[in-house]
Write a protein that binds this ligand. Structure first.
Ligand code: OGA
Ligand code: CA
Ligand code: FE2
Length: 495
């Protein structure tokens, strides 16, 4: 095309470029001749511009057609991205309803340790809420429950009947080695954290502190070594050869033969569950409403959470440090949304965004709630056991915990077991939320737990809410009856 244009241009200029003088023409004609060469250039420019505009129009049209047909997909993918899931635009359309995130969870600000804020929980009264730690975000509210309310909750729990929080271990469990399908060498290598070819006591305990619900202490281990003549050179370390001599369930069998006491379990208490929905005792409904005001979360999230758990520790009772909630992995499902999730996931954990713990009595001796690593500068699982001191052991080492809360009748403490995802939803598990109940040295201890269940996966939570709201007799925790079997067993996450 450009070539054509040039040719035309050349032809036009030839006459004016001739050597012979042309006959005189009127000035206007000369002008037009001169003009025509200028005109051909502008013609070229006009054609070029037109051509480019044409191309741009075609491209714009193609874009328009593509966009209008893919609009639905695009808006879906925007939503999926905002909920942290990646969906390729060219992929198949989602088969299930995707929910737009229209909720932002309130998270109460701690400001600084010791900060006191006034909160309005009951008409005509003001409560004080003190920040106890920032990692985890933890608060204390004295007189959250009245004396009468504490009494009613304990009586209702007794009427219902409490059961052992942890059953005694049964003999003849499946061998660990068979379950794991690992050779002694492989297990040895996994446990040998510093890879020095020896197993130090803390290396064994960090990864196998709990064997079938039995809490192992460094002394237990030494006793087991001696009983099984495992540590031949008696240096407290196991070489691979010494380790190989132990069968994989040697620890369990040894403990069984010696007999296991309740105090050797992870948890030594009794508990029961009290429903707080419509028709429940007014005190239970009032407590639920107050928790909703305290946490400033949407009421339906509190309504759809687990019932109130009431726990009683006898003298000597304890609960070693644990997390109330599990870590967030893609392959982990939450117990409360599992049925609605419509997927089979290999792991299941309780997803308890918030724990509200009520002290129903003042304990005569011990029984504090310990937060071993609260506001620690760093969190390092391995350093939780050092020099035979296991910070998770609440029978022995509560005095070494960073924070201890003394049980006082009517006081509530509450904390977040998860961080925020920064966009108004539940984020990662907060490792600093590790806590336990110190051994009760005098008297009994009564506490209640109100857990607020939220799935870190927004879509799963939304689907669960939709499913429950479709069931007759919805609106409160009765919708959770299906899940209660798992709730009533101990589903706390132990390290
Ligand atoms: C619990 C718990 C602490 C306590 O029941 O999950 O951590 O002080 N209790 O009893
Ligand atoms: Ca080692
Ligand atoms: Fe707990």
């Amino acid at each position: 095309m450009t070539d054509d244009q040039e040719t035309t241009d050349t032809e036009d200029t030839t006459p004016s470029g001739s050597a012979t003088l042309p006959p005189l023409r009127p000035p206007c004609e000369r002008l037009s001749c001169h003009k025509s060469s200028v005109c051909s250039r502008s013609y070229f420019v006009v054609v070029m511009v037109f051509f480019h505009v044409y191309i741009i129009n075609v491209i714009a049209l193609l874009f328009y057609v593509h966009y209008s047909s893919g609009q639905e997909d695009a808006s879906r993918s925007r939503d999926a991205q905002s909920s942290g899931h990646q969906r390729p635009e060219s992929g198949p359309p989602p088969s299930k309803t995707e929910f737009l995130r229209d909720v932002s969870l309130t998270r109460i600000e701690g400001i600084r340790v010791g900060h006191v804020q006034k909160v309005s929980l009951v008409p005509g009264r003001v409560h004080e809420m003190r920040t106890l730690s920032l990692k985890p975000l933890l608060f204390e509210i004295p007189d959250f429950l009245s004396e009468d309310e504490c009494r009613v909750v304990m009586q209702l729990a007794q009427l219902k009947g409490l059961m052992e929080s942890q059953l005694m271990v049964q003999d003849g469990q499946e061998e660990l080695a068979k379950e794991l399908n690992l050779s002694p060498e492989e297990i040895f290598n996994l446990l040998d954290i510093n890879q020095d070819g020896q197993l130090q006591l803390h290396e064994i305990l960090t990864h196998s502190r709990v064997r079938d619900g039995i809490w192992l202490t460094p002394e237990n281990l030494r006793e087991i070594y001696a009983g099984l003549k495992a540590d031949k050179d008696g240096n407290g370390l196991l070489s691979l050869e010494e380790f190989r001599l132990l069968s994989n369930d040697a620890f369990q069998r040894f403990l069984m033969q010696r007999g296991v006491k309740r105090s050797q379990l992870v948890r030594n208490s009794r508990h029961t569950w009290l429903y707080q929905g419509k028709g429940a005792h007014q005190v239970l409904q009032d407590i639920k409403a107050r928790v909703t005001r305290l946490t400033r979360l949407p009421p339906y999230l509190v309504d759809l959470s687990e019932p109130l758990q009431v726990v009683r520790y006898e003298e000597g009772g304890h609960y070693h440090a644990h997390h109330d909630s599990g870590p967030v992995y893609p392959e982990t499902a939450c117990t409360h949304t599992r049925l609605a999730a419509n997927t089979s996931t290999p792991f299941e954990t309780s997803c308890r965004y918030i724990t509200v713990l009520f002290y129903l009595n003042s304990v005569e001796g011990g029984g504090e709630t310990a937060f071993p690593v609260a506001d620690n500068r760093t969190y390092d699982e391995v350093s939780l056991i050092q020099n035979d001191v296991d910070l998770l052991d609440t029978r022995r080492n509560c005095n070494k915990s960073n924070l201890k809360v003394k049980p006082t009748k009517g006081t509530a403490v509450f904390w977040y077991n998860y961080l925020s995802d920064g966009r108004g939803w539940v984020g990662e598990q907060d490792e600093y939320a590790l806590h336990g109940g110190c051994v009760v040295t005098h008297g009994t201890k009564w506490v209640a737990n109100k857990w607020i269940n939220i799935d870190p996966d927004y879509q799963r939570q939304a689907r669960y809410q939709q499913l429950v709201s479709q069931q007759p007799g919805d609106e409160d925790d009765e919708g959770l009856t299906l899940n209660l079997d798992t709730h009533s067993s101990d589903i706390h996450q132990d390290l």
